[in-house]
Design a protein around this ligand. Structure first.
Ligand SMILES: NC(=O)c1ccc[n+]([C@@H]2O[C@H](COP(=O)([O-])OP(=O)(O)OC[C@H]3O[C@@H](n4cnc5c(N)ncnc54)[C@H](O)[C@@H]3O)[C@@H](O)[C@H]2O)c1
Length: 277
C-alpha cells in the first residue's frame, strides 16, 4: 500500500497498547480511523482525545469474540467512511497459566478473543476489501508465542500459533488480489496486556486462583511486559510492512535464530525449546 491519506483503517483493541499506537501512526499518515474495543470508558476517552487532535475517528464498542458485533463494526465503518483499506485484527488477551490447570472457560475466553476475533474480522471485512479493488491490507496480531512454544501461557500460545497459520494460509489464498496479509509477532511490548483480566467475562473464575504462586506469576509477567519495547516502535514496523508488503512483522529480530532453530528441531525430531528471553 502506498496511499493512506483519506483511506480508512479499522483497529480492534485500538483503545490501548499496540492497537492505540498503531491508530496514532495510521492517523498521522492521514487515515480515517475506526476503533473497535470492548473497554467502553477507555475507548470513549481515546476517541475524544484523538478527535480533539483533529483525527477523523469513530469508536464502536465491540467484543471481537462475537461475530455479530464484528459484523456490526464493519457496517458502522462502511456507513461512516465507506470502503475499508486496513483491517488490524489486534484485540487480544493474555495469561491463563499452565495447560493442565487451565479451566475450559480460560480456553474459551482466550481462543474466543485471540483466535475467533481474527476469524470474525476476516469474515466480516475480507470479501468486501477484495471486492472494492483498491490496494488494502489485513494485519493480524499473533506473538513470538505464535512462533515458539511458551510454557505457562498454553491457551495463549495455541491461539497465537493458530493466528500465524490463518495469516499464512489467507495470504496464499489472496495472492494476486489487491489484498495483502501480514502477521505481527512481537516479543514483549510495554502495554496493559498483563492486566488482561480487566476484560474477562464476569462469570469467569480468576485463572490462577488455585495456585499459591499466583501473585509471583502475575508480578513476573508484569515485569516482563513493562520491560518490553514501546508500542510506538511496533506501530512503526507495522507501517513499514504496509508500505513494503513484508509478510511477517518481527519487531524483535533477536529471536530470528531461535525461530530458525525450532524448524531444525522439528525436522530432527528433537524436543522443543521455549524462547530464550
Ligand atoms: N504486549 C506484549 O508484550 C505483546 C506481545 C505479543 C503479542 N501481543 C498481542 O498484542 C495485542 C494487543 O495487546 P496489547 O499488548 O496492546 O495489550 P493491551 O491490553 O494494552 O491492549 C489490548 C486491547 O484489546 C482490548 N480487548 C480485550 N478484549 C477484547 C475483546 N473481547 N474485544 C475487543 N477488544 C478487546 C482491550 O480493551 C485493549 O484495549 C494482543 O493480541 C496481544 O496478544 C502483545
Amino acid at each position: 500500500m502506498q496511499e493512506f491519506t483519506g483511506r480508512t483503517a479499522v483497529v480492534t483493541g485500538g483503545a490501548s497498547g499496540i492497537g492505540l499506537a498503531t491508530v496514532e501512526r495510521l492517523a498521522a499518515a492521514g487515515m480515517n480511523i475506526v476503533i473497535g474495543d470492548i473497554e467502553e470508558r477507555v475507548l470513549d476517552e481515546q476517541v475524544a482525545r484523538l478527535t480533539g487532535e483533529g483525527v477523523d475517528v469513530l469508536g464502536v464498542v465491540t467484543d471481537v469474540a462475537d461475530q455479530e458485533a464484528v459484523t456490526a463494526l464493519a457496517a458502522a465503518a462502511n456507513e461512516r467512511f465507506g470502503d475499508v483499506h486496513v483491517l488490524f485484527n489486534n484485540a487480544g488477551v493474555g495469561g491463563g497459566g499452565p495447560m493442565l490447570e487451565a479451566g475450559l472457560d480460560v480456553w474459551e475466553w482466550t481462543l474466543g478473543v485471540n483466535l475467533y476475533g481474527v476469524v470474525h474480522g476476516i469474515r466480516a471485512f475480507g470479501s468486501a476489501m477484495v471486492a472494492h479493488g483498491d490496494p488494502c491490507a489485513i494485519v493480524n496480531t499473533a506473538s513470538m508465542a505464535g512462533l515458539l512454544p511458551t510454557p505457562m501461557l498454553g491457551a495463549y500460545t495455541v491461539s497465537k500459533y493458530a493466528v500465524v497459520a490463518m495469516s499464512e494460509t489467507l495470504s496464499l489464498e489472496t495472492q494476486g488480489t489487491n489484498l495483502s496479509v501480514h502477521v505481527l509477532c512481537p516479543g514483549f511490548v510495554s502495554t496493559n496486556i498483563a492486566d488482561s483480566d480487566r476484560n474477562m467475562p464476569e462469570h469467569m473464575a480468576e485463572p490462577l486462583a488455585d495456585r499459591p504462586d499466583a501473585d509471583l506469576m502475575r508480578a513476573a509477567m508484569r515485569d516482563l511486559v513493562a520491560g518490553g519495547i514501546p508500542p510506538a516502535d511496533v506501530a512503526e514496523r507495522i507501517f513499514e510492512a504496509l508500505q513494503s508488503g513484508r509478510f511477517t512483522i518481527l519487531p524483535h529480530p533477536q529471536f530470528g535464530p531461535q525461530i530458525a532453530a525450532r524448524g531444525e528441531r522439528l525436522v530432527a525430531g528433537d524436543l522443543p525449546v521455549s524462547w530464550d528471553i
